[in-house]
Ligand binder design. Structure first.
Ligand code: SF4
Length: 194
């Protein structure tokens, strides 16, 4: 099948290392376009650094990237009621954050006339694939789209991501993205150093 004959899919990218495996695994079936929307990421310097790495990956893999501007107020507004919760796929804080990013991905898919979308989020072992699937299917149904449900962490996905990130010299951050996860990571580091 030629590139022109493949179905278009909009791939929401949370960061370059998490995108490495989905790009490899989906490319044979879909004509991928990367979608950058990171209102959760704090501070802006970190957002810009992660975006720059995604741009680099897009260039390496010869993929188009669509970029949204930095809008942390989207995340603050959506997650505001749940700021007291810890990082967890089973809490509204993270579920709302997943939903926000998938909602924007679905809206952009419709705007572009793409039937399919998905997200790189399922690569992380910290993110529950079933929860992501539920949110993805719901968002897809709300917009009359199809959600490509694939758990990228399966089949040693994380190890492959580490390997590919090393190969491409990609920056790998040590916290999920939001200001709360940054504080949680700092707390973990402090505990380890005692
Ligand atoms: S920990 Fe990650 S998924 Fe959870 S709210 Fe923060 S950025 Fe979003």
């Amino acid at each position: 099948m030629t590139r022109e004959q493949k179905t278009k899919l909009l791939l929401h990218v949370c960061c370059a290392p998490c995108a490495t495996v989905p790009v490899v695994r989906l490319s044979s079936r879909f004509d991928l376009v990367l979608y950058w929307y990171g209102p959760n990421i704090h501070p802006q310097a970190e957002h810009d650094r992660r975006l720059e790495e995604v741009r680099r990956l897009a260039k390496i893999k010869n993929l188009q990237i669509i970029e949204e501007p930095y809008t942390p107020e989207h995340w603050e507004q959506a997650v505001g009621p749940y700021l007291h919760q810890p990082e967890s796929s089973f809490k509204e804080r993270c579920q709302t954050c997943y939903h926000l990013r998938m909602e924007y991905t679905a809206r952009k898919s419709r705007e572009l006339g793409f039937d399919w979308f998905t997200t790189t989020l399922s690569l992380s072992r910290h993110k529950n694939s079933k929860i992501l699937e539920g949110i993805g299917q719901q968002v897809a149904s709300d917009h009359g789209l199809k959600y490509c449900n694939e758990s990228f962490k399966k089949a040693a996905g994380e190890a492959l991501s580490v390997e590919l990130s090393k190969k491409y010299g990609l920056y790998r951050q040590d916290y999920c993205g939001c200001r709360l996860s940054l504080a949680e990571a700092e707390q973990r580091r402090r505990k380890k150093s005692y």
